[in-house]
Design a protein around this ligand. Structure first.
Ligand code: DAH
Length: 344
């Protein structure tokens, strides 16, 4: 009887064996299906079974063998199907087109600044930069601002430290002119782009941080005609060959004579519209002949040398060129705005 209970034990094992992958299938095969399996051992035992029980024993072992083979085949098929599916549907579909690598775009102010540099570089100007944190001397005194000039007052300038020589955020790039003239001998021919700061409420037309580009040309016999020609050339290169330019008499402490530079309105071509307030002209900056006092305060001989200077707002130029109506767009980082400059 012991032999029959062994068959029952192995039958329970076969029924309870969990086959879930290739490895467990193989373990099942070795234990219950192969030529050296427990069931093969049971069959080999038959010679030790008393004659009268042999038939029943043989039938019981064969039934068990059948059961084990059946279970093996079923699971073998399932696992093969499962593996085939995995091969057909890998996790990554290698045939899909690659996700395009989106390129960023240049900021419109960088595009404008680079274009300005390009135009002046071809006229022989180099590019200079200097500090954003300055002192009163370089921002005002050396530029011939009288001691009680209103631009020194709190409403315009961000002061950092009050003292004998106040520390402040530069209010214009004209500071770089001074830095250049202090360290270089004429001839000087340079443009100076950079960030400037003024204590202004932020609106569509004004910001407390904006950009300017300064120009300076110092040599013997530099005249107002040179200034006019240079800026006329710039206007045509920047805004198109039909662009006109005009100078309006003005005042800056550091230039004499001084002028405000206007270009003919790009929108209405000079006929009059909202952008040019129906005058046909829009202002892009200031200019003039460097005041001899400025040359002298930078230790340049004003008897020997003359020079012109100009300063323009980079935001203003970008707004005119690209038809941008609100200054705040430049600093809001709205992708819908920035992406429009992708192809420039
Ligand atoms: N610094 C002036 C400003 O911020 C602009 C300017 C005017 C610069 C005339 C110059 C110049 O170099 O000659 O308003």
């Amino acid at each position: 009887m012991e032999h029959f209970s062994r068959i029952e034990t192995i039958k329970t094992e076969v029924q309870n064996f969990v086959i879930q992958d290739k490895e467990s299938l193989e373990a099942f095969r070795l234990a219950y299906v192969s030529g050296k399996s427990k069931i093969a051992d049971l069959l080999a035992e038959i010679k030790n079974i008393p004659q009268e029980n042999r038939k029943n024993y043989g039938a019981a072992v064969n039934a068990l063998k059948e059961l084990a083979q059946q279970k093996f085949k079923e699971h073998q098929q399932k696992i093969e199907e499962m593996l085939a599916q995995q091969v057909q549907a890998p996790q990554i579909d290698l045939t899909l087109p690659a996700v395009p690598n989106a390129l960023g775009s240049m900021h419109p102010l960088s595009i404008t600044k680079n274009r300005i540099i390009e135009i002046f570089e071809r006229l022989g100007f180099n590019v200079s930069e200097s500090y954003e944190i300055e002192d009163d001397f370089h921002n005002f005194t050396a530029l011939n601002f009288p001691p009680n000039h209103p631009a020194r007052e709190m409403q315009d300038t961000f002061f950092i430290e009050k003292g004998e020589n106040d520390i402040l955020l530069r209010t214009h790039t004209s500071t770089v002119q001074v830095r250049l003239m202090e360290t270089q001998k004429p001839p000087i021919r340079s443009i100076m782009p950079g960030r400037v700061f003024r204590n202004e409420a932020i609106s569509a037309r004004a910001h407390c941080i904006f950009h300017q580009v300064e120009g300076l040309f110092i040599d013997e016999n530099v005249s107002f005609a040179d200034l006019k020609q240079t800026l006329y050339h710039f206007a045509k290169e920047m805004f198109g060959k039909d662009t006109q330019i005009r100078f309006r008499p003005s005042f800056f402490p550091f230039t004499e004579p001084s002028a405000e530079i206007d270009i003919s309105c790009l929108i209405c071509k000079g006929k009059g519209c909202n952008v040019c307030k129906h005058t046909g002209w829009v202002e892009i900056g200031g200019a003039g002949m460097v005041d001899p006092n400025v040359l002298e305060s930078c230790k340049i001989d004003s008897q020997k040398y003359t020079g012109f200077a100009f300063g323009m707002g980079i935001e203003r130029i970008a707004m005119l060129k690209y038809g941008i109506k609100d200054l705040r767009l430049f600093t809001e980082n709205d992708l819908r705005f920035l992406q429009q400059f992708r192809h420039l």
